[in-house]
Design a protein around this ligand. Structure first.
Ligand code: FES
Ligand SMILES: [Fe+2]
Length: 415
């Protein structure tokens, strides 16, 4: 993150602490229609749109050598796997044989290993690490003109950014850097992080309820009085909305002292920000990255991912991402973070499932969002843009009225 961005964010935190109401430019946004969290047809539209999104499925540390692979089953359909090729490039393929669709690796999510070749479980066609057809048992029974090119494994778009492996099921998708927009350059501390621990559970609520509970900190004093509220002061939180559905939130630590932080910033701007606030992106549509720390110990973050299962079921998954610690065991303070974060996620669970039931019962017309909660509205509005506004039933549409900063807009407190 560049120094001028850090200073702008410190200005924004001061602005947020001092303001007495929403800024004048902020529109009075309507409620988010409740049926967006329950409607099966709308969920199906979202699922189609999800297939056009870049999502992260791991880091390069998980594929350390040629032939290392990892299976990813997160799209309510066939699994995909990522693999490091002989040229060191990481590629992604559908786990579906070109003969008659059999699995060429185990389909269980997270299955991993090292392979020299992939062999289909049904008739043993084999594939090289770059997906090319390598062997066909009983070759004599096929015509001589068996097209080897058309019989390669079907590719999935795969790109690596700062060590994070992203895939996109849409072959026509923009590049990952275009997709990430300003985050790509800004989030320098993502470089080289690896998984120190991970946990997950299935939540009985819509995926948007789950993620939207994590992109505002208004609720922390009530829901997390003994955990998050002990460390963060939501009154100074500063949000920014990006094109493409992404957003950023900076939440100052409890006892934040602006003058002291600015003194620290004179020495090391990024360290002052990371050491005195929690910095989190929403990488649209389903990842959050709350993090912080100090340069001497290394910055870390929690990668939260929310995977839709059905209109009222979501897989919530999180990994503590830490600086590379070498060959030994995970450093204790990072290992402890997994447990701590799991507790926080469980604190949210009960009320999210209750809210889902309230929506399903017709007990609420929809979600009201304040200025501070504008990332929630932005998330919903961005989903409509992804689906194509004309494809969203009129009664479910989100009016596109929020001003969104572009990469060059730097006025403190403006967005
Ligand atoms: S389906 Fe894979 S070899 Fe037949
Ligand atoms: Fe929460």
């Amino acid at each position: 993150m560049k120094d001028d961005v850090v200073y702008r964010l410190l200005d924004e935190v001061d602005y947020e602490f001092a303001r007495h109401g929403p800024p004048e430019w902020y529109p009075d946004v309507p409620r988010i229609p409740a049926a967006r969290y329950t409607d099966q047809d709308f969920f199906d539209l979202e699922q189609q749109a999800f297939r056009k999104c870049w999502v992260t499925v791991g880091t390069v540390h998980e594929l350390p050598e040629v032939g290392s692979y990892k299976v990813v089953d997160r799209w309510n359909g066939a699994a995909v796997f990522v693999v490091r090729g002989e040229d060191q490039q990481i590629r992604a393929f559908w786990n579906a044989c070109a003969h008659r669709g059999g699995p060429v690796v185990e389909s269980r999510h997270g299955a991993c290993g090292v392979a020299e070749r992939f062999r289909c479980a049904i008739h043993s066609w084999t594939y090289s690490l770059d997906g090319e057809l390598a062997g066909v048992p009983g070759r004599r029974d096929f015509h001589e003109n068996l097209d080897r090119c058309a019989s390669a494994l079907r590719s999935v778009r795969c790109e690596v950014w700062r060590g994070f492996i992203f895939v996109n099921l849409d072959l026509q998708a923009p590049s990952l850097l275009d997709w990430l927009g300003p985050i790509a350059e800004e989030a320098t501390w993502f470089d080289g992080l690896r998984v120190a621990g991970t946990d997950s559970f299935v939540l009985n609520c819509n995926w948007k309820l789950a993620i939207e509970a994590n992109i505002e900190v208004y609720h922390v004093t009530t829901v997390h009085p003994d955990t998050v509220a002990q460390t963060l002061d939501y009154r100074g939180s500063a949000e920014e909305l990006y094109q493409g559905g992404h957003s950023r939130m900076i939440v100052p630590s409890k006892g934040y002292d602006s003058q002291q932080v600015r003194k620290e910033a004179d020495q090391d701007p990024l360290d002052a920000l990371m050491g005195n606030t929690n910095v989190s992106y929403l990488m649209f549509p389903n990842h959050l990255t709350p993090g912080g720390g100090r340069r001497d110990r290394g910055y870390s973050l929690t990668l939260q991912s929310f995977w839709p299962i059905s209109p009222n079921q979501t897989l919530s998954e999180w990994s503590i991402m830490a600086p590379d610690w070498g060959d030994g065991p995970v450093p204790e303070h990072f290992a402890k973070s997994v447990k701590g974060f799991s507790q926080i996620m469980h604190e949210d669970t009960e009320y999210l499932e209750t809210v889902q039931k309230a929506i399903e019962s017709g007990a609420t017309d929809g979600m009201l969002t304040s200025y501070h909660e504008r990332r929630v509205y932005h998330h919903e509005a961005s989903i409509d843009r992804l689906i194509g506004i004309e494809n969203v039933p009129e009664h479910l549409r989100i009016p596109q009225i929020l001003p969104i900063a572009d990469a060059n807009e730097n006025a403190a407190g403006s967005r």
